[in-house]
Design a protein around this ligand. Structure first.
Ligand SMILES: Nc1nc2c(c(=O)[nH]1)N[C@H]1C(S)=C(S)[C@@H](COP(=O)(O)OP(=O)(O)OC[C@H]3O[C@@H](n4cnc5c(=O)[nH]c(N)nc54)[C@H](O)[C@@H]3O)O[C@H]1N2
Ligand SMILES: Nc1nc2c(c(=O)[nH]1)N[C@H]1C(S)=C(S)[C@@H](COP(=O)(O)OP(=O)(O)OC[C@H]3O[C@@H](n4cnc5c(=O)[nH]c(N)nc54)[C@H](O)[C@@H]3O)O[C@H]1N2
Ligand code: SF4
Ligand SMILES: [Mo]
Length: 833
């Protein structure tokens, strides 16, 4: 290899891993190169002198990107993890965390088998005094509790709570389990994650889902609070597509809006640091400008009947003068809201100069294709749904829904049927309970679907407080899967009291905070030991599902979560038990699901369970729908082309399932809840469905906005026990012994705070400490502290990195529409400690 070749491929490797020299530090560069991105896959022979190396296909578990990985196992030990070149998300590359996965497997603090608590007292400082027990005994304890609750007609007092579920073979089993057993309480963490964007999309275009995006072909991205280069999904792929977008011709221009200068803003063409919770105002002003200047897409939105543009600031328009095509309510939106939403008005709300807003509107409005993207930044506030609706409406105005270079929605995987149909096993008891849930006689513990949360999707952050108050009732038993709200929920400390009197079953392989409160530990395998499916999160739209295959035999006496649940199920009395007997185990289920591939062989030749295992992923291109100049087309398999022109009914049915079958600037679904919305937001009843500006609420009692963004090395709440990740985070964000609070130099000076000073961060619900890191890229009215620090459990490497868990000062306030916890909205006081 010439020196130049060497440098070129070294560069490629660095790009592939997405970090600078640090990642290469371990081991010789030459050695890594031979396995690097795009490297020959046949290279299965181990290093000289080593034993035999096997490569197994698996899926990284550290974030929702779901990158396919090649796991290299030598002499029974995992020694390397690389991106799978055959996986469309990974393309042979991983983010820095992906390579560190072997640490999760070999974490010395893992639970080694099932255990039961012997110390009846619970608390942060109470040692549970766990005692090892057999699986049989452990599963028997759970089944006996559940059977007893059912005999007492109290099965609803059992809850299943889950976070990062993967697929049909794990979280997908929870629904049938609850239904056959008789509880409404299957509670996902989506309201503590990013329901805001989903609900905003559901209310406007009818798809309550994240989007898939055609980044490759877009020419403009207007990004409102999505951590494109540090968190937004799928992170690893976004780094790859960023390189493409920024080198193609024409280069994709990017305007990024956030509350502090992060890697995404630093890499964008234009960085806008906006006042927290005001993105909706900026989006409304951009919409105003797009209309006034005639930048809207006529084919998708429609036009004035005489072709003249009558949008003029402050002037009403006769609805009869405008004919809409695929949208609904534009003139009403203009007359009742937009006509006064000028850039000057928005400047007064957002602090973003009117001139900047005009420039952005001009660029976004005159570049095609252009898309507006968002995630938790604008939505994690009390007004998050309205902010999100205003942002998403820009995509309708630009006409980029379902177009090349635009946005669409993820297609489902054509899995085969499971081994049995749960409905055949529903007994009278479960059927009767179902009626009581449907009629509202027994609500969910989080009151989802009641008058309190009529439009939310889950309300996990309410479970702790509701249980504590016994309102609507007290839970008896909770089984947790990949979920740790006693630490990750807003105002997490309140949960420490709340969970003392519930029987807790934790399935984590690690001694986390929930485990500290657990009565029973039923430890899951870590991901490198698991057989488990992982359908993609919204990605490029075409259907895709990956499969984890164990790279090593389980190190300890653990079980994959799906099998834990199935084994509990088998021990239930009555038909429910029979159903789980029929399912058998997760491998049997996965074999049934893979039967669906026989009729739909994947593009990489995957057609059954064995080939799925061998290739690690099934996917089938293309995406089936596209919109071109206001006409929707559907893919026709026999023609191999988008030859079917869709009717309005078909579009409404398959692509825009709103009441009107169009994109709604005035949401009919939201208007159906007008009483609720009007009273919650203090707005006119008639305006509830309108995309509009509503003032945010900032609880907490302080004078500085408190934001807790994700960083590239951060793995939801799960990465704190990976010392390698923490070591990489340490210099900028803090890590092992320090936790940094980003604060603007002027803000610091006003409070007598110098760089490196220990500071106290105080809100109405708690106080934490950190070290001040003076940073001009943070707004003077805002301080930032990444969320993953300050564990009080989760093993020796995570614990003790105190103080500084942001959840202890974050107030439990949620957007009344989407239910998303307002993680980025609390106001705190900062002072020298
Ligand atoms: N590396 C990494 N990637 C991840 C994860 C991870 O833990 N680590 N977690 C995954 C999960 S669970 C999720 S939900 C996604 C979340 O993905 P994102 O929503 O993209 O990430 P966040 O960091 O939560 O929030 C994005 C940004 O919002 C900014 N922000 C705060 N308030 C405002 C505001 O009012 N307006 C604007 N414009 N910005 C604001 C924050 O500074 C932050 O930079 O990431 C996923 N990917
Ligand atoms: N202050 C603040 N809080 C936040 C956020 C924020 O930005 N700021 N972000 C929020 C977001 S976006 C999210 S998604 C939530 C995430 O919060 P949660 O849903 O609580 O999920 P995690 O913290 O990722 O992981 C929870 C548990 O999974 C366990 N675990 C790890 N690996 C495995 C495994 O292989 N199998 C099993 N069974 N268990 C495992 C861990 O030990 C831990 O107990 O946090 C939210 N909390
Ligand atoms: S982007 Fe997420 S799934 Fe992919 S390697 Fe990184 S942590 Fe793993
Ligand atoms: Mo999340």
């Amino acid at each position: 290899m010439s020196v130049l070749d060497h440098l070129v491929s070294r560069r490629r490797f660095l790009q592939a891993t997405g970090v600078g020299g640090g990642a290469v530090a371990a081991g010789g560069v030459g050695h890594l190169l031979s396995f690097s991105a795009g490297g020959s896959h046949a290279r299965a022979d181990g290093p000289v002198g080593g034993g035999e190396t096997q490569i197994t296909k698996n899926v990284c578990h550290q974030c929702p990107a779901r990158c396919g990985i090649d796991v290299y196992t030598t002499d029974g030990r995992v020694h390397a993890i690389y991106g799978d070149p055959g996986n469309p998300i990974a393309n042979g590359r991983l983010c820095p965390k992906g390579h560190l996965g072997s640490y999760i497997l070999y974490d010395p603090d893992r639970f080694k088998g099932p255990m039961k608590r012997t110390n009846p007292n619970k608390g942060r400082d109470e040692d549970p005094q766990f005692e090892a027990i057999s699986w049989d005994e452990a599963l028997g304890i759970v089944a006996e509790r559940l059977n007893r609750l059912r005999e007492q007609e109290e099965s609803h007092r059992f809850a299943l709570m889950y976070g990062r579920g993967w697929g049909a073979s794990c979280a997908g089993l929870l629904g049938p389990f609850a239904k056959l057993y008789g509880t409404p309480n299957v509670i996902g963490h989506s309201s503590m994650c990013s329901d805001g964007s989903m609900v905003a999309k559901g209310l406007t275009d009818g798809n309550e889902s994240y989007n898939a995006y055609d980044y490759r072909n877009t020419n403009y991205i207007l990004n409102f609070g999505a951590g494109f280069l540090e968190a937004f999904r799928p992170y690893n792929y976004l780094m790859q597509v960023w390189g493409h977008m920024r080198t193609k011709s024409p280069k994709t221009r990017v305007t990024a809006v956030d509350v502090h200068m992060n890697p995404t803003l630093a890499a964008a063409d234009r960085a806008v640091t906006i006042k927290p919770a005001t993105d909706g105002a900026m989006a409304l002003a951009i919409a105003h400008e797009m209309l006034v200047n005639g930048y809207w897409d006529r084919d998708f939105v429609g036009d004035f009947t005489d072709g003249a543009n009558r949008f003029e600031a402050g002037t009403e328009i006769d609805p009869d003068d405008f004919e809409e095509v695929w949208t609904q309510g534009l003139i009403r939106w203009w007359n009742d809201e937009l006509k006064d939403r000028t850039p000057e008005w928005a400047e007064s709300i957002t602090t973003v100069p009117a001139e900047t807003i005009r420039r952005v509107a001009y660029e976004f409005g005159t570049t095609r294709p252009a898309m507006a993207i968002m995630e938790r930044g604008p939505t994690s506030h009390s007004n998050g749904t309205y902010n999100g609706m205003a942002i998403h409406a820009l995509n309708a105005l630009a006409g980029t829904l379902f177009t090349e270079g635009g946005l669409f929605y993820q297609m489902d995987v054509p899995y085969g049927d499971g081994p049995a149909d749960p409905d055949d096993y529903l007994d009278d008891y479960a059927g009767r309970m179902q009626e009581r849930f449907d009629e509202g006689e027994i609500p969910r513990i989080d009151k989802l679907g009641t008058d309190r949360w009529p439009l939310a999707r889950n309300m996990m952050q309410e479970v702790g407080p509701n249980h504590a108050a016994g309102e609507p009732y007290k839970l008896d038993t909770i089984l947790f899967y990949l979920n740790n709200p006693i630490w990750t929920a807003p105002d997490a400390t309140a949960w420490e009291e709340a969970l003392k009197d519930v029987f807790i079953i934790d399935t984590s392989p690690f001694p986390g905070e929930t485990a500290r409160y657990a009565d029973l530990i039923l430890p899951d395998h870590t991901y490198l030991e698991r057989l488990q499916d992982a359908p993609t999160y919204p990605f490029e739209g075409y259907p895709m599902t990956a499969l984890r295959t164990p790279a090593v035999e389980p190190l300890y006496d653990t079980k994959v979560f799906g099998d834990i649940l199935i084994e509990i199920g088998k021990r239930l009395d009555g038909p429910a038990g029979e159903y789980w007997q029929a399912v058998g185990d997760t491998e049997n289920l996965l074999r049934h699901l893979a039967e669906g591939f026989r009729d739909h062989p994947g593009d990489n030749g995957v057609e059954d369970f064995e080939s799925w295992k061998a290739k690690g992923v099934w996917y089938k291109k293309p995406y089936h729908w596209k919109q071109e100049r206001g006409v929707f087309y559907e893919w026709v398999e026999d023609d191999g082309d988008y030859t079917h022109e869709m009717s309005a009914e078909e579009v409404a049915d398959k692509l825009m399932p709103t009441p009107s079958g169009r994109f709604e600037f005035f949401s009919e679904k939201l208007q159906e809840h007008a009483d609720f919305v009007a009273s919650e937001f203090g707005i006119d009843h008639e305006r509830a469905g309108l995309i509009q500006w509503v003032d945010p609420d900032h609880p907490g009692g302080g004078d500085l906005y408190f934001s807790t963004p994700k960083t590239a090395l951060h793995a939801e709440g799960r990465g704190a026990n990976i010392p390698h990740a923490i070591a990489h985070v340490q210099p900028v964000m803090g890590g092992r012994t320090t936790v940094y609070l980003e604060i603007h130099p002027r803000t610091a000076r006003e409070r007598g705070i110098r760089s490196g000073d220990r500071v106290r961060i105080v809100s109405d619900v708690g106080e934490i400490e950190a070290y001040a890191r003076l940073f001009e890229g943070t707004r003077p009215d805002t301080v930032c502290l990444p969320m993953e620090h300050g564990h009080w459990a989760q093993g020796r490497w995570a614990e003790g990195r105190k103080p500084g868990h942001s959840g202890e000062v974050t107030v439990n306030q949620s957007d009344r529409i989407s239910g998303l916890a307002s993680y980025y909205t609390t106001k705190v006081r900062v002072e020298r400690a």
